[in-house]
Design a binder for this molecule. Structure first.
Ligand SMILES: Cc1cc2nc3c(=O)[nH]c(=O)nc-3n(C[C@H](O)[C@H](O)[C@H](O)COP(=O)(O)OP(=O)(O)OC[C@H]3O[C@@H](n4cnc5c(N)ncnc54)[C@H](O)[C@@H]3O)c2cc1C
Length: 454
């Protein structure tokens, strides 16, 4: 196998919501940055057609700013986002054109001078004296050894941290069950008006939202009034369909996500229970089952569901979306008690305020718990407790299972990424371990860069 060596200040592994702002923040603060991504493009889950949830708190206050807001500002300017819309169920919904998000991420990285290595997957790590010295990535039959002062693992699953031997946890404390993956797909030709009329005649289909009382306002009046909507419902109707026909829907309701593309909606309906997407055999099985579910679900939608009679299958996401796998041990860990109490330590580098939203890993059911007051993500939850020189970003940071259910949303992962990149640039500039960088320097820099931390 061919080998080559590269050197930089900060190496970012993974180019999704946790990785893009990490690379941008580090490069904008003077670090030389290499970003490795296994796909041929940036975006991670942000290019699957999902809404960006979590910019606003339950009370309607904006709690994510900085680079994450910069993306929305730019996408609004080009007509590719409707901005933030209040929602009684999701706190806020921010729709973005997925492909425009992807191109914007690319342009911003190039402008900041980030060196991009696409089609490279993390396959190795060199550790010496407790410090991560190199990340090894492989692409096209070649190994690239990257030496860096700081490594930021933003692979979602924490693949670099795992290979390097860092300690991690998976799933709930009780049974290690993880949230299920979902293969997103989209349709064109959806008729919103038909669904709205049906819901007004059968209002029970908008009220059965799992464990949370969504209160007033999550109804056809809202969905008629805006294009920025995410519809979750149809439980009663789905129960009736199941009596009539074989129904390959393994969740309790359906999620319809409108888009900035006229006539196109994204569907979050596939669910593959009992999966561990950090295990390659289980992940492959999830991909297969997910793909096989799409046709059956589409048939049910077309035959039975109001609004889908003339729908055309548009696109299937290239890969299944993974909600949960490994969470790594940091020098600090955010617990569900802290999250529910709205605890904001002085080394807060990002705020999180989305609901705890745990899709059942066994089949039907979703647990939702309100976060009334936003909580802080401390810098220490991004710093590996096991390996010096390693930072975590995105959904693999040091939190418990319940807290992951809340902080995993993309704007929060972007805010965490900006924190990780800012810390990495400080450490590289000082020639110091990220563990000894004064958190005040990171917090002050983030504040100047328009992050919202209080
Ligand atoms: C089905 C589903 C629905 C969701 N719904 C919402 C929602 O409505 N709103 C919301 O805000 N959030 C939602 N989320 C959560 C959110 O999408 C994720 O938690 C978030 O994207 C995590 O960001 P990340 O950067 O850590 O990981 P990812 O988005 O997964 O990005 C990781 C990146 O790393 C790359 N990568 C992975 N492994 C390697 C490797 N070994 N080497 C190199 N590159 C690698 C991947 O290709 C990817 O680009 C949903 C998630 C799923 C799966």
């Amino acid at each position: 196998m061919g080998k080559r060596e590269l050197t930089c200040d900060v190496a970012v592994l993974g180019g999704g919501p946790g990785g893009i702002p990490a690379a941008l923040a580090a490069a904008r603060h003077g670090a030389s940055v290499i970003l490795c991504e296994r796909n041929g493009h940036l975006g991670g889950n942000a290019v699957m057609g999902l809404p960006l949830l979590g910019y606003l708190s339950q009370g309607g206050r904006q709690i994510v700013g900085g680079i994450a807001q910069e993306f929305v500002d730019d996408l609004m300017a080009s007509g590719d986002s409707f901005g933030h819309e209040r929602c009684p169920l999701h706190n806020s919904v921010t729709l973005v054109h997925p492909d425009r998000f992807r191109l914007l991420a690319l342009k911003k990285c190039l402008e900041a001078g980030v060196r991009l290595l696409f089609h490279t997957e993390v396959t190795g790590a060199v550790v010496a004296d407790g410090r991560l010295q190199k990340a090894v990535v492989t692409g096209k039959g070649e190994q690239v050894e990257i030496s860096a002062r700081v490594f930021i693992d933003a692979t979602g699953d924490g693949d670099l941290a795992y290979i390097a031997g860092a300690q991690y946890e998976k799933g709930s404390a009780a049974d290690h069950m993880m949230q299920p993956p979902t293969l997103m797909f989209s349709v064109t030709g959806f008729c919103k008006e038909e669904l709205m009329s049906f819901l007004e005649a059968h209002p029970e289909n908008m009220k059965q939202i799992d464990t949370v009382n969504v209160g007033e306002g999550y109804d056809t009046k809202l969905w008629r009034s805006t294009d920025s909507y995410v519809f979750v419902g149809m439980k009663a109707y789905l129960d009736e369909i199941r009596k009539k026909t074989d129904c390959p829907i393994f969740r309790e309701n359906i999620i319809i996500i409108n888009s900035t593309i006229p006539g196109k909606v994204f569907l979050n309906i596939v669910r593959v229970p009992d999966s561990d997407c950090s295990d390659i055999e289980s992940l492959s099985e999830a991909e297969i089952k997910g793909q096989l579910q799409v046709e059956g679900i589409f048939r049910i939608l077309r035959e039975y569901f109001p609004g889908f009679g003339n729908a055309v299958l548009d696109s299937i996401s290239p890969a299944i979306g993974v909600r949960e796998t490994r969470r790594f041990r940091g020098i600090e860990k955010v617990t569900v008690d802290q999250a529910l109490a709205g605890y904001k330590p002085e080394n807060t580098i990002a705020l999180a305020g989305y609901k705890i939203d745990i899709h059942s890993g066994r089949g039907e059911g979703t647990v939702l718990r309100e976060i009334v007051e936003p909580y802080g993500i401390p810098l220490g939850s991004l710093i590996s407790a096991d390996l010096d020189g390693l930072l975590l970003s995105g959904r693999c940071i040091s939190v418990d299972h319940e807290t992951l259910g809340s902080m995993r949303v993309m704007p929060t992962c972007m805010a965490i990424g900006q924190g990780a990149g800012t810390l990495a640039a400080c450490a590289a500039r000082q020639g110091a371990s990220p563990r000894v960088v004064d958190f005040r320097e990171v917090v002050d820099t983030l504040f100047k860069d328009k992050a919202i931390l209080k």
